[in-house]
Structure formats: structure tokens, C-alpha cells
Design a protein around this ligand. Sequence first.
Ligand SMILES: [Zn+2]
Ligand SMILES: [Zn+2]
Length: 375
Amino acid sequence: MTTQTDLYDVLGVSRDASADELKRAYRKLAMEYHPDRNKSDDAEARFKQINAAYDVLSDPEKRSKYDRFGMGGVNGGAQGFSGFDSFGGFGDIFDAFFRGTATRRAGPQRGSDLAAQLVITFEEAVFGTEKEITYERTEACPDCRATGQANAQPRGKCPDCDGNGELRRVQQSLFGQFVNVATCPRCRGEGTVVTDACKTCRGRGNRRAEVVRSVKIPGGVDSGAQVRLSGEGDAGQRGGPAGHLYVELSVRPHEQFKRVETDLVYDLPLNIAQAALGATVEVPTLDGEEIELELKPGTQHGEVHVVRGKGVPHLRGAGRGDLLVRTHVVTPTKLSDEQKELIQQLAASLGVPEIPEDGRQGGGSIFDRIRDAFA
Ligand SMILES: [Zn+2]
Ligand SMILES: [Zn+2]
């Protein structure tokens, strides 16, 4: 490794490169020449060079000295970048790029979120309801107040880390000596351990408990919707807040109604006489009432009649969708001799029919929406 190498050349950037350009160039090269990834003979040397160059150029003060005085200015007259003592910021850079964030002493930790499933009826989803849900979660042990110590006495000092919560180890590496700081595995960074275990939780500080909570479900929800019960998940640790409970709803299908977003669809069966002559029919609604529907003579199979405001309530805001009544003309399959004779007479007088233009299915968005629901 030569001491004359220009640091800007090492990173492949111009002398007026911005901090961002430097960082990008460094990152790309460091990845490329990292000795763990690159097995070529000079990878190690290049990697050192790249890091040394970035160490200088990423520090505005060192960079300006380097610009004016060269490497001598940076190292106070020492020989180039052979000494690792100039790598003050190197550990940080290394950590940030290759190890993620450094370990930290354990602080308060939020409890886990929990998920639960709740099956509700079609009507409950449409009109809203309140349900009880039973589930298991982790709660702080009441007998030791989450300390794990009998009678909630203070915990003892961890002997492995002497109460520091972390273990420091001096390590030799390619880049020289550095101090490796790791979370103490025995106390998991807390610095304290259980010395006289609470009998209720056997020193764990928490316990599993079955709880019953009430879930308020607003009208208009559908399968897959989630209701959040804040703070009803697992208990936090070391004073951290509890997690949440997410209740996922699953809606049972209805025998008579189907749902298309905020509209309800009802299939109305008609016999051929009703369809031909017209009829006044009673149509049920999900609200439990009967609505009278006037069908004109010559009603076709698959016609849709809209009953305003008898659909699903809008989840956000006021109002409801519509009830879409779709006619379903049922061709008889079992006829008495008398009926057969009547229809034969009718057949002779009707002749071969033509399909009416407006009787075809498939036109208009309302048909598409309904078809989607039955697909
Ligand atoms: Zn306990
Ligand atoms: Zn420890």
C-alpha cells in the first residue's frame, strides 16, 4: 500500500464530491472489497485503503486538512495511513454498514401484539354488535410485581457483567484492535438477576392468563376487517407499555342475501306466469321487514330492482347502500298433466320467441357488480 495514493482516486470521486456522493462511493466499494465477500488477494488491502480514505474524507475537518496539506496534514506528519490510530470513527462506520445498529443496554420494552379471530353473523357485520372474546396473554406476575423475586424484593446484581448489562471484549481484527461490546446473555442487558425466585411465576416475572374482553364492532364491517383493542396484548417488560390485541373478523354467509360492498343482493324467484303477467310480490329485507315490489307484465329473468337505503351502512359517514332485488324466473321441472296441457296450448299460441334487447343480461355496471359477487 502506497502512501502517495490520492484519497479521492481511491473512492473514485472528484475533489468536489458532496458528502452524499462520498458515502455512496464508499458504500459501493466497501461492499465490493469486503474480505468476507471478496476472496481476491488484494481485496484486504483495497478494503483498508477504502476505509482509510473514507475516514478522512467523511470528516469535514480532516478533509480540509487533507486538501491543503495532503496525508501529512491529516496524520500530523506521521507516515501515511499505516497507523490504525487514525481510524477514530471506523468502528461506527463498520457497524453502520455491516452489523446494523450496535447493541444497547436493555430498556423498557413494549409487549407483543396479539391476533385473534372472531366469527360473526352476516347481520352482526351489517348492523354492528358487541361481542366477548376470550384469549390468552402474558401478564405481569402480581405476586412479585414483575420482578421475578419472591415478595417483590429488589433483584440481585448480575455476576457475569457485574451489573453493567454488557460485556466488553478487546478484539483483534484486520483493522487493528477494537472493543466489542455485547449485551450480557445472562441478564439480557438488565444488569440484574433473580436471586430468590417468586414461587408463582418461578422467577419469570410474568404469567399466562386467560382474559375476556368486549369487542365493539361497528356496522358495515366485512370479513378481514380488524378491530384494535389498545393495550390489551402482552404485558411490556421493564416498565414498557403493553402491546395491542388485533381482532380479525370473519363474517358468516347469509342464506338469502349476498353482499357487494355496501349493497345487498336478493334473488327473487318468479314463476313463468308471474313473470309474464306481472305481480305484486313481498321482498324480505335484512332489517326483518317485508317490502312490496310491483313487477310489470313481461318481467325478464335477471332484472334488477333497486330498493334504496336497505343495504349495508357506510362504515365511515352516514347512509346505507341499496338492496338490489334480482329476478330469477324459474322454469317448472315437475308439471301435472293439467299444467302440461295448459302450457302446450300456450306454446302453440306463443310460437318461437325473440330475446328482447333490454332483457339480456350483462349490460350496465349494476350487473357487473352483482356478477362479481356470485362469481
Ligand atoms: Zn412472580
Ligand atoms: Zn449480566
